[in-house]
Design a protein around this ligand. Structure first.
Ligand SMILES: *[C@@H]1O[C@H](CO)[C@@H](O)[C@H](O)[C@H]1NC(C)=O
Ligand SMILES: *[C@@H]1O[C@H](CO)[C@@H](O)[C@H](O)[C@H]1NC(C)=O
Ligand SMILES: *[C@@H]1O[C@H](CO)[C@@H](O)[C@H](O)[C@H]1NC(C)=O
Length: 602
């Protein structure tokens, strides 16, 4: 009797011990592919301590090496024994730049994903909502490994998945045939989404509530995945942070010319496409990266374009030029566009996106004193951007004058300190703001769509990229820290051992994580937790958007003038001058024949 009551009283203690044993020890799941073990970590955010189960470096595809180089990814398949997922996998081959945060352990065998699972009970019986992150870096650098999902996952009570995908030449070589048909990096992302769909249930995830989000090229990737109907059922929400579809000049039919440049630099024969292909197929990934480093060494950041290899219109993943698709989509309807609009979207940009391009003009010290003269603006900056946008096509002088005029502060037209700000604005509008607004207008211009827009304004204490003091608002990439609860290795990012952001940034971060994870759970950033400022839907009429700042607010007509200028006025001027050109060509000849050289016409 006495023994029994001791035993019974002891049971809860034993149960607690067993429970603790589990939580302190190795978390493990049984997936269809086999067992995976991870590690439990504690993280703290604003005084709240959480336990998160991490599963790192899970291979979702066979190593894309040897015969699989330049081929669509193959599923990794089942594990032969329990997979011990406690270390990050390698990042994909890429050059490293001193001013950019890059994971240095790289290898061609790089198709891994990482999973962060909160210990709290899910918000719905169906399991945790999932946030699937695609990193940025111009499709040529970056890694999932530097974005630690532990705080976002536990503070927001969602599962966070981060992935690697192939980059640069190894990710996007397109020689217009089956030997290398391009967009492998995008297909990697798609395969990782299929992996999540098939296996995330074992981690406690709800595969019907997947949100994909990304920044910069990761954001463009999100938008491209939203245009790929084979993704139907794999995710239902998207968040695009500073990267849209309609970027000028990125979508080529193939990248044979860039491939030739690489092959030639590796001293290969480049007469036929087959020779180029064989050369690149045999080259070591180190040699491929070396070509990029050498080219940048001799030409600086601006030579990045020469060696840049990005998504192409391959006819399969991307069937039509997305930039054109969203321009004339107001009347057309097709499978891609219907799928795009069926996905709920949060889309946004930062206050001074153009700050990104300053790294081409100097380093953190010299940029403080940067001055742009009127002469430089007129003869270099504007013609240079026009060349980037329109390639080698002759650009009408009238258009150049119009752009110069639009980006001049007429109260202070020649002030080199105002001109440097105008340069940042010009670059920001062309590469981010206008394509972004265009995308949201396109997305929201139909019935039954859920579309949201934000503007992230404040300058953070530690920007991701070198940024001079005279830039007033947030630069490209500066919202990523707040979205991840500032959970990153400051050594990798800022070359310092410890970093605590100011209190207002942490508050901002908490609010952003709430909106982001609300959206992942319900498709509405205001639900289920609605004690914050209400974020109105975006539509082409009200154009309402959310402003993230020290104090959040709601705005209207974000970049409406710049969007009107670049999407209506500039094309109209090009049309008109081309028309005028044709008229002159048709009638000019006759004038020449009948007029003498003094201009007296008969
Ligand atoms: C490769 O490019 C670098 C930098 O432009 C140059 O120094 C080198 O000579 C080139 N090599 C070949 C074989 O073309
Ligand atoms: C929205 O779509 C209508 C036609 O469906 C079109 O006339 C209008 O220009 C579009 N608006 C925008 C801002 O794209
Ligand atoms: C990192 O900081 C150390 C010490 O301050 C410095 O010597 C080193 O050059 C820095 N490294 C980089 C890549 O900036």
């Amino acid at each position: 009797m006495g023994k029994m009551s001791y035993f019974i009283r002891g049971l809860p203690i034993l149960l607690i011990l067993i429970n603790q044993y589990h939580s302190a020890d190795v978390p493990s799941v049984v997936t269809k592919l086999g067992s995976i073990t991870g590690e439990t970590k504690s993280v703290t955010f604003q005084g709240n301590e959480y336990q998160v189960d991490r599963y790192l470096g899970i291979p979702y595809a066979k190593p894309p090496t040897g015969d699989l180089r330049f081929q669509p990814p193959q599923p990794f398949g089942p594990f032969s024994e329990t997979y011990n997922a406690i270390d990050f996998g390698a990042s994909c081959p890429q050059p490293s730049y001193p001013f950019l945060p890059v994971e240095r352990k790289t290898d061609e065998d790089c198709l891994f994903l990482n999973i962060y699972v909160p210990r709290q009970k899910p918000d719905e019986p169906s399991g945790h909502a999932i946030m699937f992150f695609i990193h940025g870096g111009g499709f040529s650098i970056g890694s999932s490994n530097i974005f630690d999902g532990a705080v976002l996952s536990s503070e927001g009570n969602v599962i966070v998945v981060t992935i690697n995908y192939r980059l640069g030449l190894l990710g996007f070589l397109d020689i217009d045939n089956e030997k290398a048909s391009g967009n492998f990096g995008l297909l990697d992302q798609h395969l990782a989404l299929q992996w999540v769909n098939a296996n995330i249930g074992a981690f406690g995830g709800d595969k019907d509530r997947v949100t994909i989000f990304g920044e910069s090229a990761g954001s463009m990737s999100v938008a491209m995945q939203m245009l790929y109907p084979s993704n139907k059922g794999l995710f239902r929400n998207g968040i695009t942070q500073s990267g849209a579809l309609g970027l000028p000049g990125i979508y080529l039919e193939n990248n044979i010319n860039t491939a030739k440049f690489f092959a030639e630099n590796m001293s290969c024969n480049i007469e036929t496409v087959d020779e180029v292909f064989n050369c690149l197929k045999e080259a070591s990934h180190e040699n491929i990266i070396q070509v990029i480093l050498d080219t940048m060494q001799s030409g600086g950041m601006s030579s990045a374009a020469i060696v840049g290899v990005t998504p192409t219109i391959d006819g399969k993943f991307i069937r039509k030029n997305p930039a054109n698709m969203i321009k004339k989509a107001d009347t057309d309807s097709c499978e891609e566009i219907d799928f795009f609009r069926s996905i709920k979207l949060i889309n946004g940009v930062n206050g001074n996106e153009g700050g990104l391009f300053l790294i081409m003009l100097g380093n953190s010290e010299t940029l403080e004193d940067l001055e742009i003269t009127r002469e430089q603006m007129n003869t270099q900056v504007v013609p240079g951007t026009m060349a980037m946008m329109y390639g080698n096509k002759p650009v009408p002088e009238l258009l150049k004058q119009l752009i110069i005029s639009e980006y001049t502060d007429w109260e202070n037209p020649d002030d080199p300190k105002r001109l440097r700000e105008q340069l940042v604005e010009l670059f920001g509008d062309i590469y981010c703001n206008v394509p972004c607004i265009e995308m949201s207008r396109f997305h929201s211009n139909a019935s039954n769509v859920d579309s949201y827009v934000y503007h992230f304004l404040p300058k953070v204490e530690k920007p991701l990229l070198p940024l001079p003091k005279w830039v007033k608002y947030a630069n490209h990439g500066d919202e990523v820290g707040p979205v991840f609860g500032y959970n990153f290795d400051p050594q990798v990012l800022f070359n310092i051992s410890e970093y605590t952001p100011p209190a207002w940034e942490l508050d901002l971060s908490r609010r952003m994580m709430k909106y982001w994870t609300n959206f992942a759970k319900t498709g509405d950033p205001n639900k289920p937790d609605s004690e914050m400022l209400a974020w109105p839907k975006y539509d082409v009429n009200s154009q309402s958007y959310f402003v993230f700042d020290r104090e959040d607010s709601i705005g209207q007509y974000l970049y409406a003038r710049a969007t009107e200028f670049w999407t209506k006025i500039v094309p109209a001027v090009i049309d008109a001058t081309e028309h005028a050109q044709t008229v002159t060509e048709q009638f000019g000849k006759k004038d020449e024949q009948t007029c003498d050289k003094d201009g007296n016409c008969g």
